[in-house]
Design a protein around this ligand. Sequence first.
Ligand code: SAM
Length: 278
Amino acid sequence: MAGKLYLVPTPIGNLGDISRRAAETLAAADFVAAEDTRVTVKLLNHLELKKPMAAYHRHNCETAGPAILRRIQEGEDCALVTDAGTPAISDPGEDLVALCAAAGVAVEAIPGPCALTVALSVSGLPTARFTFEGFLPLNKKNRRAQLEGLADEARTMVFYEAPHKLRATLDDLAAVFGPDRPLAVCRELTKLHEEVVRLTIGEAVERYAAQEPRGEFVLVVAGCPARVEAADEDGALARAEQLRREGLSLKQAAALAAEEFGVKKRTLYNQMLEREGT
Ligand code: SAM
């Protein structure tokens, strides 16, 4: 009978965050597939566990993945861990999960630490709807293009970022979203020097121009409320023009459309005046 692939989240800083179930799963697995076996051995030592390990990372996943799948199909249970956090979130674990799923092998995820959810929950920004963007492309042109695709995004956006790329990314965020957009910079979460700074993108650019970015970062960026207002203004204008065609006076049309769309009567009236050239 085939074994199972267990996705075992590990602490993103604080070793106390390993759950009892995660530890039990590691203890029960036949082998542990790890991103960096040197990192994982420290965790296993902390848990007083000795396990056979297999390396599984982005440089060997094409060959290591099928080899791990074969072992599971032959009956072994594998616990997949990454250096920190939840396997398959912005790491090659996603390929192993896809491989196992396609082969009909059972995959079980143990819930646990993930930098994305820790940052989002502490950000102070709306969490009901969000989009996880992972790492932005390294190449400046591609990074800009990806951000420009998010220019109208109304949901809160979450980005992973490495310290050496932080300044360039903040500059691009300011260029695309504007310097006034609220942002939470979440650094070294759950670690000794944990820091959550809630500020605007422009303020973050200044802050990290003056201080060298160090540690691990998650950026949580507010969505785009301005575009929603703009859409309402466009709607109000279209509605007012329709009312004009139906015979209402300029003043009446502006007042009615402004009320329906929740925009300022005076602004709408002036826009219509300008359009009609009166
Ligand atoms: N699978 C992991 C997870 O569940 O969060 C993420 C892996 S990804 C390769 C590593 C990135 O996660 C880092 O570059 C950083 O953006 C973020 N990260 C991980 N640990 C963090 C921490 N303690 N504080 C802030 N960000 C962290």
